[in-house]
Design a protein around this ligand. Structure first.
Ligand code: GN1
Ligand code: MG
Length: 343
């Protein structure tokens, strides 16, 4: 903690630090809440094995900071030297203001929360609509490229580094049987699906809602902002909001499709994007939920086979539980929307 507190003091906080405590449930970066006498901040250490190209994150953020309206982005706290990130021998850190009057939901409790979250991520797409996706640097190459993710799964199977493949061959086959999702997405790109500036990590934890009214305030976790499809952003909301369960829920019976939440998500999102959504996006918006849920199943399974090297885990077979969980959700979505190998 001493290192963390020394690091915090190298940012432009004018106040005396009172306490520093671990914060939040992200799977990748480490985050601390820094409480000072008069103000509060979040300090984050960027996971450099996931984000080796930290400079790209900094440059992409500059493009966002130059938007005419930045009111939905939480203000960065600069380093003493005036930079966005602090490069130290203990890693790369950054800091932002802590918003006491808002919260990041870890699951959706009401239709209103679903509406506001989807409205908020839709607003992000709307406000970045003027930016060119080609100007953004790819922070994690092929981040939402399912073909690449399936290749990574094939490689993980081949190497079987953690000697786990034998015990899960049925599950692996089940996962592989959904590879048509990749083909469908490829055909959408070929048929003119627009490439946009997207958030690319719109899980429900990455939005801040007002504590009293649940109204949308900020989008957070901007590390993966860049080129993508609107289907990804709506899809990750579907993935993380429609069922009341978390990704690590082991009891698959708890995974259910909440129709009202789904409708609220659609309404909130359309409120922001109705004026610029294209017909191909509108027609395939719900396929986004299928795509994002599947890509996460593939990524969790790959990490399980690789020996849990990417996602933080809190119990031994967590990545396996996450895979089964996402597959159960995927099955619900496929049944509901009737997409399948042929359409
Ligand atoms: C990671 O950083 P966090 O926890 O918001 C991951 C997302 C996954 C998500 C699954 C850079 O997001 O792609 O959807 O976990 N981010 C990265 O919970 O891999
Ligand atoms: Mg993240």
């Amino acid at each position: 903690m001493k290192v963390v507190s020394e690091t915090a003091s190298r940012f432009q906080i004018k106040d005396k630090v009172v306490s520093i405590t671990p914060f939040g449930g992200g799977h990748i970066n480490a985050t601390w809440k820094v409480t000072c006498e008069k103000s509060e901040y979040l300090l984050q250490k960027i996971n450099q094995s996931v984000f080796p190209l930290v400079e790209h994150i900094v440059e992409n953020r500059k493009l966002l900071n130059a938007l005419p309206d930045t009111s939905i982005l939480v203000e960065e706290v600069l380093t003493e030297e005036g930079g966005s990130a602090l490069f130290t021998e203990n890693g790369v850190f950054r800091m932002q203001r802590f918003i006491a009057e808002a919260y990041a939901p870890s699951s959706v409790e009401s239709n209103n929360e679903a509406f506001e979250a989807a409205y908020g991520f839709g607003e992000f797409l709307k406000q970045t609509n003027s930016l060119n996706p080609a100007d953004f640097k790819e922070v994690i190459p092929g981040f939402h490229n399912l073909e690449l993710r399936l290749n990574q799964l094939a490689e993980a199977k081949e190497k079987d580094k953690a000697a786990r493949l034998n015990s899960i061959t049925n599950l692996v086959e089940q996962v592989e049987s959904f590879a048509w999702i990749n083909e469908k997405m490829n055909s959408l790109w070929l048929n003119g699906l627009p490439l946009r500036v997207c958030h690319n990590d719109t899980k429900i934890d990455n939005i801040l809602l007002n504590r009293t009214t649940s109204s949308f305030q900020y989008v957070i976790d901007l590390d993966t902002v860049g080129g993508g499809s609107m289907l990804y952003d709506f899809g990750d909301l579907m993935r993380t909001c429609i069922s009341p369960t978390k990704e690590s829920e082991r009891d698959l019976k708890q995974i259910v499709f909440r129709d009202e939440i789904f409708e609220a998500l659609t309404e909130g999102f359309m409120k922001s994007v109705a004026s610029f959504i294209s017909p191909i996006e509108k027609e395939n918006l719900y396929f986004g939920g299928i795509y994002m849920t599947y890509i996460m199943a593939v990524r969790f399974l790959t990490d399980y086979l690789n020996g849990d090297v990417y996602y933080k885990i809190t119990f031994e077979d967590e990545n396996l539980v996450r895979t089964k969980n996402q597959m159960a959700l995927l099955n619900l979505f496929v049944q509901k929307f009737g997409f399948g190998p042929k359409n």
